[in-house]
Design a protein around this ligand. Structure first.
Ligand SMILES: Cc1cc2nc3c(=O)[nH]c(=O)nc-3n(C[C@H](O)[C@H](O)[C@H](O)COP(=O)(O)O)c2cc1C
Length: 340
């Protein structure tokens, strides 16, 4: 029995990957992830020089909502609201960061970038490859990205430019929403080797005492354990539409969640909030829970269960419905008869 997973040509010791964010901003975090036997690490997203302001973060930049809804002392219900943007150093720092990670780490290192003009995406991706990263994730889906940058208008050209300029695998991270399937197909057609589904939503909450939006008064990224239900759906739909592998991300708290993602067609699962809230040990715990399930069910490889739940997915016209053959028919009158 083994958690070993092949993903975009890389051999991972676990399908559980540390997602891009504050847990992959520092080389010592890579060591901590590796100690917990993470499959790989996606580094914090570096923004192009045009978005230099995104390298400075407001303080505080996080707010934990609904934290009081703890279950058995472990927070299983919460929302993490955050206003964190790009990697906080310069691009030179980022290339150096990748080199140092690669010097020390044995787990694959995936760079992550954000820009707007296609030539900038390309130049940055080439630098990420030259710095030694094993793959790159194009973060076209940040909840903080400028609204003027549309998928068709900006990102298709960016994906094509990057794919044509590098040899290592290119992953594309998409936003949740009605376009996920179509964008996954486009990413595949542009030559992406995988899609990551999905980034966090852009949301807002209100402080009713002060009658203003919370934190800094602007929209922030929002997620939490509840988020898995819509990303499960996106993974399930995309898995039936594309042949490239899918990395699921959103709301994972347990090994059970990872197994669900895999049964819905994902190859890997990227986690972050659970690490931020419950610590690095979460990775080891989640790996252990997956192993326990495999042992109980006699599963030797995760390939055996990938997409299993999709096999029994029904479609609206196949769902068995009540025929509606009531003698009286539906009641359309108010209080006309006493209930029987
Ligand atoms: C504080 C914070 C910062 C994040 N920064 C990035 C980022 O720089 N690039 C990116 O692609 N995703 C970023 N994400 C999204 C995560 O990589 C991840 O996909 C998302 O949080 C869903 O996983 P989770 O529910 O396990 O946290 C960030 C998420 C959080 C909470």
């Amino acid at each position: 029995m083994s958690l070993t997973t092949t993903f975009v040509g890389l051999t991972l010791q676990s399908p559980v990957i540390v997602a891009s964010g504050p847990a992959s901003h520092d080389v010592n975090q890579i060591r901590l992830a590796q100690e917990q036997k993470a499959g790989a690490v996606v580094l914090k997203t570096a923004c192009s020089d045009k978005y230099i302001h995104m390298r400075s973060w407001p303080r505080p930049r996080y707010k934990l909502l609904d934290w009081d809804k703890q279950i058995a002392g472990r927070s299983k219900a919460f929302s993490l609201y955050a206003y964190e943007q790009g990697y906080s150093g310069t691009l030179e720092d980022y290339w150096q960061f990748i080199k140092v990670c690669k010097k020390h780490a044995s787990v694959p290192i995936i760079g992550s970038i954000f820009a707007d003009e296609a030539h900038e995406w390309k130049e940055m991706a080439v630098k990420v490859e030259q710095s030694g990263a094993d793959a790159i994730e194009l973060d076209i889906s940040s909840p903080h990205r400028p609204g003027s940058l549309g998928f068709e208008k900006t990102f298709v050209a960016a994906i094509k430019a990057v794919v044509s300029a590098v040899k290592f695998p290119v992953l594309v991270k998409l936003s949740p929403g009605p376009d996920v399937v179509q964008q996954s197909i486009s990413a595949q057609e542009c030559g992406a080797k995988a899609v990551t589904l999905c980034n966090r939503l852009r949301g807002v909450d209100v402080d009713i005492e002060n009658q203003r939006p919370i934190l800094h008064g602007y929209f922030g990224g929002i997620g939490g354990p509840w988020a898995k239900y819509y990303t499960f759906r996106h993974v399930a739909e995309a898995a039936q539409a594309v042949s490239i592998p899918i990395s699921g991300t959103g709301g994972t708290m347990s090994g059970e969640d990872v197994i669900k993602y895999i049964m819905l067609g994902a190859t890997t699962v990227q986690i972050l909030s659970v690490i931020m809230i419950n610590g690095w040990e979460s990775i080891g715990r989640i790996n252990g829970e997956i192993e326990q399930h495999m042992k109980q069910k006699g599963i030797s490889s995760l390939d055996q269960i990938r997409g299993k739940a999709l096999e029994s997915m029904t479609y609206p016209d196949e769902i068995i419905r009540w025929s509606g053959e009531s003698k009286k028919g539906p009641r359309n009158t108010w209080n006309e008869e006493k209930s029987e």
